[in-house]
Design a protein around this ligand. Sequence first.
Ligand SMILES: Nc1ncnc2c1ncn2[C@@H]1O[C@H](COP(=O)(O)OP(=O)(O)OP(=O)(O)O)[C@@H](O)[C@H]1O
Ligand SMILES: [Mg+2]
Length: 240
Amino acid sequence: MSIEVKNLIKAFDEKKVINDVSFKVNDGETLAVVGFSGSGKSTILKLICGLITPDSGEIITSQGDIAMVFQYSALFDSLNVADNIAFALHERRDLRNKYSEDEIKNIVTEKLALVGLKGIEDKFPSELSGGMQKRVSFARAIVTEPNSILYDEPTSGLDPISSTLIEDYIVRLKEETHAASVVVTHQMSTITRTADRVIMLYDGKIVFEGTPDDMLKQDNDYTKQFVQASLEGPMKMMTE
Ligand SMILES: Nc1ncnc2c1ncn2[C@@H]1O[C@H](COP(=O)(O)OP(=O)(O)OP(=O)(O)O)[C@@H](O)[C@H]1O
Ligand SMILES: [Mg+2]
């Protein structure tokens, strides 16, 4: 399902965190959103999935489920892994009677296998490493077979092999479902492996839009600074 945002504006305490941003993600396409910490990346995802409302502008999504993989895993501490993953299947009115308990069990097993975590159904979030929690939250997000997926830093804090696993899965899921996906990330491997297009945010605005290859050409001062991780360039970080 495609996602389109038009002239989006969102301010917090008078500061326009998102200042007239427009872009489109087509079916079967993955858009990476990059930018320094505080540039409004998570805010954009929250606006798209309706967790917060824009001050002005439009968000147009076609029918279907939107899933969000949160930046911090946001698992329920009091539920074990299986119940965390099955949460939407148990709690959502439209899904509650769709599957039997045995079917739910199989879905949970299948989603856990996809993120490389077979057999941890009975563990609680506090017993897992941060990276494992992240992968469980990924499994939880895809349990409803969504048409559109928003990933907030899906690979940050993961070791390179786990990152590759998640990146491959983002690509596989897109190919299987033809979903429109938005991936917020800092990680070059995630950009180059998963994204068809990249936008870069700074000071509430899009300062670059192009393919991952375009981004690496470094003929844009913003992407050049980002790729080189340089303190010198048009983007200033607040350091105090
Ligand atoms: N609910 C809120 N209330 C007030 N300010 C907010 C709120 N949510 C976000 N902000 C502010 O908006 C700005 C952008 O935040 P956001 O979380 O979108 O950044 P980000 O690009 O995702 O950063 P990071 O890379 O650190 O995750 C920050 O200055 C933040 O303090
Ligand atoms: Mg964020």
